[in-house]
Design a protein around this ligand. Structure first.
Ligand code: F6P
Length: 364
């Protein structure tokens, strides 16, 4: 076996892809090349690690040194992930992970780019192996603890806003109400943030804890107020994926109650995976660049079981070479992620109370 210093660093993208994953792969490969360290990409997330599917992301350059694979360089600005991604059920048990722990012996360290499920896998690998494992938060859902931003959130919000602008064009032309569902799994942040950015009439998200009847009442009253009292030409309601009543059912239930209003048409649009694709925004590329640099530096210095986090406002954690990037233990990240979803996090409580406070304003 090669001495640890000459082993390559492994990069892996896992879980739902997020715009900016390629940008972070590019910067990490560049930084490693600048330090003379070869890089391999693990294909298809943890499935590839279990099955030993890896490809070189660095190549010998004409001058005899190391260069960056042309795909990595060229596709840094493209959405998705050139390495492929997967959700790997075998990774849920120590027995299932065993071949991956073995595969890590051929690496100097591993950087895992992904959301909470992927970071949980990274934490397990760090605990079970002697190889440094570092996480980089990347998920459109905005549900990863300890970081002010995950790669992909900004692009997803830009896509939601531009899609809603288009929906509003046609809604105004036909005097229609639209309930637009956006992804986010159990986290309502994308719906909340987009509702504020769009000046939507209402927003529905799981953390509000509304039953189906209250959802219907909220949508019905937003539509009545907008069309009957305020004479608006369109109504836009953002619904988070975490609200379990399907969009089409909600719209049908609401339409039944609005039969007394003339010329009111209520429609449902689910943006779905549209929001996960596309070229990363400036902000996602910039954050990807800065997180990626510190992630590789961290591996080279032997840090493990840790995640690099975007924290422009200092909030604890261990300082790194970038004043806005901090390292947090993965265990703390995962505990904070759980709290974001179960509602015990002060961040979730603040979001819910802020949205409560502006509910009346949204309807105006
Ligand atoms: O975690 C990202 C995400 O897009 C969630 O918003 C969504 O619930 C989920 O992934 C969808 O996953 P899949 O593409 O595997 O159906």
């Amino acid at each position: 076996m090669l001495p640890a210093m000459s082993l390559p660093i492994g990069l892996l993208t896992s879980g739902g892809d997020a715009p900016g994953m390629n940008a972070v792969l590019r910067v990490m490969t560049k930084l490693a090349v600048s330090r003379g360290v070869p890089v391999v990409g693990v294909e298809n997330g943890y499935s590839g690690l279990l099955e030993g599917r890896m490809r070189a992301l660095t190549e010998a350059s004409d001058g005899g040194g190391l260069g960056v694979d042309s795909d990595v360089d060229l596709l840094g600005a493209v959405g998705g992930t050139i390495l492929g991604s997967a959700r790997e059920p075998r990774f849920l048990t120590a027995q299932g992970r065993a071949p991956a722990v073995e595969a890590l012996k051929a690496l100097r360290g591993l950087v895992v780019v992904g959301g909470n499920g992927s970071l949980r896998g990274a934490h397990a690998l760090a605990t079970e192996s002697g190889t440094p494992v570092v996480g980089v938060p990347a998920s459109i859902d905005h549900d990863v603890g300890c970081t002010g931003l995950s790669i992909g959130v900004d692009t997803a919000l830009n896509t939601i806003v531009s899609s809603c602008d288009r929906i509003c064009d046609t809604a105004r032309a036909h005097h229609r109400a639209f309930v637009v569902e956006v992804m986010g799994r159990d986290c309502g942040y994308l719906a909340m943030a987009a509702a504020v950015a769009m000046g939507a009439e209402a927003v529905l998200f799981r953390e509000q804890g509304r039953d189906e009847e209250s959802l219907v009442v909220a949508v019905e009253s937003a539509i009545r107020q907008a069309f009957s009292e305020r004479g608006k030409r369109r109504v836009l309601i953002l619904k988070a994926e975490g609200v379990k009543t399907p969009c089409t059912r909600l719209v049908r239930l609401v339409a039944d109650r609005l039969s007394d209003l003339r010329d009111v048409d209520v429609r449902a649009t689910v943006l779905g995976h549209l929001v996960r694709g596309g070229a990363p925004s400036f902000r996602d590329r910039m954050v990807a660049g800065r997180l990626g640099m510190v992630a590789v530096e961290s591996v080279l210095r032997g840090h493990t079981d840790t995640m690099v986090a975007w924290q422009p406002l200092v909030a604890g954690g261990e300082k790194t070479s970038d004043p806005s990037v901090f390292r947090f233990p993965l265990e703390q990240v995962l505990a904070e992620s759980d709290a974001l979803v179960d509602g015990t996090s002060p961040i979730t409580q603040r979001r819910v109370s802020m949205m409560d406070a502006i509910e009346g304003v949204l309807g105006v």
